[in-house]
Design a protein around this ligand. Structure first.
Ligand SMILES: Nc1nc2c(ncn2[C@@H]2O[C@H](COP(=O)(O)OP(=O)(O)OP(=O)(O)O)[C@@H](O)[C@H]2O)c(=O)[nH]1
Ligand SMILES: [Zn+2]
Length: 227
C-alpha cells in the first residue's frame, strides 16, 4: 500500500525540528514545511528521474555505459553530499569542555575548507572560512568549528547567509557573543559563466560582541588569518 508522505510510518524520519529552528527566522534557509516528509532514498529516486529527463532533453544517449549511471550519481551527490546540510540529522553536536586552563585569549580556526553551492545557479562555491572566539568558562572541541561551517555550507547558499548562519550557530552553541567569522570564496557562477571573471573573489564577515566593539581585537583576528 502506498504511504501518505506524512503518515506515522514516516515519523521516525521526522525529527520535528527543521535544520535551522535554533536560528532567527530571517537566517533560516528557505525550506517547505514538509521538506523531511520523504526519506532520502525516495528523494534520490525522484531526482534520478528528473536529472535523467534533463540529460535526455540535451540529447545525450542514456544507453551509453558512461552516461547511464549519471542521473543516479548526481541524485546521490545532491542528497548525500552537496545538500546534506538541509537534513537536520546532520546538524553537528557542538561539544564543550570546561576551561580549566583558563585560556582567555583569541582562538582562531583558520582556513576551514568551504565547499558550497550557489543557490542561484547550482554551481560550486569554493573557499575558506576563518572562525574565532574568546573562550569563557568553556572551550569548544576544535573540529566542531569545522563541522558547523560544513553543515551550513552543504546547502544551496548565498555567501552572506552562510556567514551569518555560522556566526549565529556558534554564538548559540558557545554561549558567547564574542564570535568572528570571515569567509573568502570563489563563485563558479562568476568564474565560468556570465561575467566570466576568474580573478575576483568574495569576502564576507560577521563580528559579534567584543569583535564588534574592539577594533584592536578585530585587527588581531585579521592579522592572524593573514588579512
Ligand atoms: N549576494 C550574492 N549574490 C550571489 C551569490 N552567488 C551568486 N550571486 C549572484 O546572484 C545574481 C543573480 O542575478 P541574476 O541577474 O538573476 O542572474 P544572471 O542573469 O545569471 O546574472 P549574471 O551572473 O550577472 O549573468 C548574480 O549577480 C550572481 O553573481 C552570493 O553568494 N551572494
Ligand atoms: Zn551563482
Amino acid at each position: 500500500m502506498e504511504k501518505e508522505p506524512n503518515s506515522p510510518a514516516h515519523t521516525d524520519h521526522l525529527t520535528g525540528l527543521g535544520p535551522d529552528d535554533h536560528l532567527p527566522p530571517g537566517l533560516r534557509t528557505p525550506l517547505r514545511a514538509d521538506a523531511f516528509a520523504k526519506p532520502d532514498e525516495e528523494k534520490i529516486e525522484a531526482i534520478t528521474g528528473h536529472f535523467r529527463a534533463i540529460m535526455d532533453e540535451l540529447g545525450l544517449d542514456l544507453t551509453d555505459d558512461s552516461l547511464a549511471g549519471t542521473p543516479r550519481r548526481v541524485a546521490k551527490m545532491f542528497v548525500q553530499e552537496w545538500f546534506k546540510g538541509l537534513n537536520p540529522e546532520h546538524r553537528p553536536e557542538v561539544r564543550l569542555f570546561e576551561n580549566r586552563y583558563e585560556y582567555q585569549q583569541l582562538l582562531v580556526e583558520r582556513d576551514i575548507t568551504v565547499f558550497s553551492c550557489c543557490e542561484h545557479h547550482f554551481v560550486p562555491i569554493i573557499g575558506k572560512a576563518h572562525v574565532a572566539y574568546l573562550p569563557g568558562k568553556h572551550v569548544v572541541g576544535l573540529s566542531k568549528l569545522n563541522r558547523v561551517v560544513q553543515y551550513y555550507a552543504r546547502r544551496p547558499q548565498v555567501q552572506e547567509r552562510l556567514t551569518r548562519q555560522v556566526a549565529e550557530h556558534l554564538r548559540h552553541s558557545l554561549g558567547t557573543p564574542d564570535v568572528a567569522v570571515l569567509i573568502e570564496a570563489d563563485h563558479l557562477c562568476v568564474m565560468s559563466r556570465g561575467v566570466n571573471d576568474t580573478s575576483s573573489s568574495t569576502l564576507t564577515s560577521e563580528y559579534g560582541g567584543r569583535f564588534q566593539e574592539d577594533a584592536q581585537l578585530r585587527a588581531e583576528f585579521l592579522r592572524q588569518i593573514g588579512k
